[in-house]
Design a protein around this ligand. Structure first.
Ligand code: GRF
Length: 214
């Protein structure tokens, strides 16, 4: 059983999808703790309702980023986390933390990286006129929304999409993609070599997603 620490800052719908997967019989991972840097994060309630240790470690309580990250690190170690999943965690982590957890730290981002990293991803996708969007689960490096890609899922961008309708479509994909990526990692099937991942016994989907349809 791979023990996972989940870092959140808000709503926690991806946390919920990971919790649901981990509650499935035979799933090879379990959530050891949930840590939020915000006391009012809704995701904390989901964790508490499932009796998962839910901690608040606020960046505001520390003199600098390194002290904040040392506290995160200590809490993760205390709960024996072997992997850290960022799920809507809104603080940029330093190279100290990303190196300490190198290839044991993953993030989900609501775009097909390397397109549209950073904030306002959905609006940037619409403004650019991209026809396909999606989500990416990747190992984390110090540079924001950057690192070896583990899994991506694509959805169309529709002509009348707003930020909210596009976000909702991508979120549905996120909720399938993150548990699937976690399973691959927990099964020991994700190998990083020269900053690319290679997935053991993975079958590539041969479906082509066209938008507009041809
Ligand atoms: C998701 O869109 C995720 O991709 C991004 O932040 C959002 C978090 O949503 N990193 P939730 O808190 O998991 O509902």
């Amino acid at each position: 059983m791979l023990k996972v620490g989940v870092l959140i800052s808000g709503r926690g719908s991806n946390l919920q999808s990971l919790m649901a997967a981990c509650a499935t019989p035979g799933f090879p991972a379990q959530i050891a703790c949930v840590i939020s840097n915000k006391a009012d994060a809704k995701g904390l309630d989901h964790a508490r309702a499932a009796n998962i240790p839910a901690l608040v470690i606020s960046h505001r309580d520390f003199a600098d980023k390194l002290k904040f990250e040392a506290a995160l690190d200590a809490a993760l170690e205390k709960h024996q986390a072997q992997l850290v999943c960022l799920a809507g965690f809104m603080r940029l982590l330093s190279a100290w933390f990303t190196e300490r957890w190198r290839d044991r730290l993953v993030n989900i981002h609501p775009s097909l990286l390397p397109a549209f990293p950073g904030l306002d991803t959905h609006q940037k996708t619409i403004d650019y006129g991209a026809k396909l969007a999606g989500c990416t689960i990747h190992y984390v490096r110090a540079e924001m929304d950057h690192g070896p890609i583990i899994l991506q899922a694509a959805v169309p961008v529709l002509a009348d999409d707003t930020e909210d309708t596009l976000a909702a479509r991508i979120l549905k994909a996120e909720h399938k993609a993150y548990p699937a990526a976690l399973r691959l990692i927990a099964e020991g099937r994700v190998n990083v070599f020269e900053e690319r991942t290679f997935i053991t016994e993975a079958t590539a989907s041969d479906e082509i997603l066209f938008n507009p349809k041809i």
